[in-house]
Write a protein that binds this ligand. Structure first.
Ligand code: CIR
Length: 258
């Protein structure tokens, strides 16, 4: 099934080494390796029947390669978010002109202060959007987001987060009613009706897979996840994201898919 036509990615900057991290014990990302991994990521996406827009690096924003966070794109329109991390907030200004290449004024909405929201907290399941209430996405951001999406006849429901950074850090929908769940999401009633692939604790990072037009891209080094996805009959591609993991990033954060 072809659902996505476009993907937007942004090249990692040298300042990536100063990206926000909750795991300093993993060390700083290696820039050259991060570039190689980014090339492989673009290559994998290019094999999924989408056109890929590659944006230049932004040195002033260390986390700006995580292009999923400053915008959220639906089949009805785009939302420029208001990132809750202060060092990332200006990324919304940088992404807007790119979104304008694809959507006119009537189909672009914005989350305004005091509302905050980051795209990593939004998971699309058809026309239903789960939004995580997190350290980055607040109640007012969710209120505005719900109003915007309801205006486009799309549904929204809130999922409170307890431990992880973003909703999709721990739960990801790979179509056909299949959902990868780890940690705090395994028993959440919100996801009771899906076919759940329960990701073991030691592979929790691997729960962040992306479905792109019938191919599931899986992070390198998570064999249980890879096998479970393959067993469901999906085509898979594996991409190493080791350098992005060091600053809490993963496969979904590195692109906007629509
Ligand atoms: C941050 O803390 O904002 C970045 N270091 C990682 C962002 C990951 N984005 C995502 O999960 N959508």
């Amino acid at each position: 099934m072809k659902k996505f036509n476009h993907v937007i990615v942004r090249r990692p900057s040298h300042s990536l080494l100063d990206g926000i991290t909750s795991a300093p014990e993993l060390g700083k990302p290696d820039y050259d390796r991060a570039i190689e991994e980014h090339n492989d990521y673009i290559d994998a996406l290019s094999r999924c029947d989408v056109d890929v827009t590659v944006l230049p690096a932004l040195e002033e924003y260390p986390d700006s390669c995580f292009v999923e966070d400053p915008a959220l794109i639906t089949r009805c329109g785009a939302v420029i978010t208001n990132p809750g991390a202060s060092s990332r907030n200006g990324e919304k200004v940088e992404i807007e002109p790119i979104i304008r290449r694809f959507f006119d004024d009537e189909h672009i909405a914005r989350i305004e202060a005091p509302g905050t929201l980051e795209g990593g907290d939004v998971m699309m399941v058809g026309d239903h959007f789960y939004v995580g209430r997190s350290a980055r996405t607040n109640e007012e951001g969710i209120r505005q987001f719900t109003k915007i999406l309801n205006g486009w006849h799309l549904e929204v429901s809130e999922v409170p987060l307890e431990k992880v950074l973003h909703l999709k850090t721990g739960v990801n929908y790979i179509e056909n009613n299949n959902m990868l769940v780890s940690g705090e999401f395994i028993d959440k009633p919100d996801f009771a009706d899906y076919h759940k692939i329960v990701v073991p604790e030691e592979e929790a990072y691997g729960a962040n897979c992306i479905w792109v037009n019938d191919t599931v891209i899986v992070a390198k080094g998570y064999p249980t996840v890879l096998k479970a996805v393959k067993d469901l009959g999906y085509k898979t591609l594996v991409v190493d994201t080791s350098e992005y993991r060091k600053i809490d990033g993963g496969l979904s954060c590195l692109s906007l898919r629509f």
